[in-house]
Design a protein around this ligand. Structure first.
Ligand SMILES: [Fe+2]
Length: 178
């Protein structure tokens, strides 16, 4: 990548050999991902805080574990954009402008619905991560693709835990059908 000019016209040496077009593309995709990850983090915390019912302790603790893992992604996503010479999110309003995952502001959400919604959001996040991987792969940004591969594995693990935790025992499901 060529030298860029700062606001006062001084040349800034950036750390990447990626093209300017690639940097714009990578930063845009990372910005959207970061917004989704912040939205998912807050929803996971929201459900952790407002959990209720018989499985309170298990669900409350599971969601805290997930929130911690999701939050850990945020700094890496933002700093990856900066490492290639791009910029990233600056505020909560910036998050809401770029997020694709939906917020949930309902007063009460039944515990099973919380798990199902988070499972579906995590699944959706995996799709976003895969598509971000494709874009970064096209411009040979192997460092970002390598991070994304780890995030996909973590996101699929969260989805797996949410799906299994929400699964009703076969016997119980059969009884409830009759
Ligand atoms: Fe907590």
């Amino acid at each position: 990548m060529k030298l860029k000019e700062s606001d006062d016209g001084q040349a800034l040496d950036v750390t990447t050999d990626l093209s300017s077009d690639a940097v714009v593309e990578i930063s845009a995709v990372l910005r959207q991902l970061l917004a989704d990850v912040f939205a998912l983090y807050l929803k996971t915390k929201n459900f952790h805080w407002h959990m209720s019912g018989r499985h309170f302790r298990d669900y409350h603790l599971l969601l805290d574990e997930h929130a911690e893992q999701i939050f850990a992604m945020t700094d890496d996503i933002a700093e990856r954009a900066r490492k290639v010479g791009g910029t990233t999110l600056r505020s909560i309003s910036d998050v809401s402008r770029h997020q694709r995952l939906k917020d949930n502001n309902q007063d009460f959400v039944p515990p099973e619905d919380m798990l199902a919604e988070l499972r579906s959001d995590n699944q959706q996040l995996t799709r976003f991560l895969r598509s971000a991987h494709e874009i970064c792969e096209e411009v040979n940004d192997v460092a970002t693709t390598s991070l994304i591969e780890v995030w996909i594995d973590q996101t699929e693990r969260r989805t797996w835990f949410l799906a299994e935790t929400a699964r009703r025992p076969e016997g119980l499901a059969a009884v409830q059908r009759t």
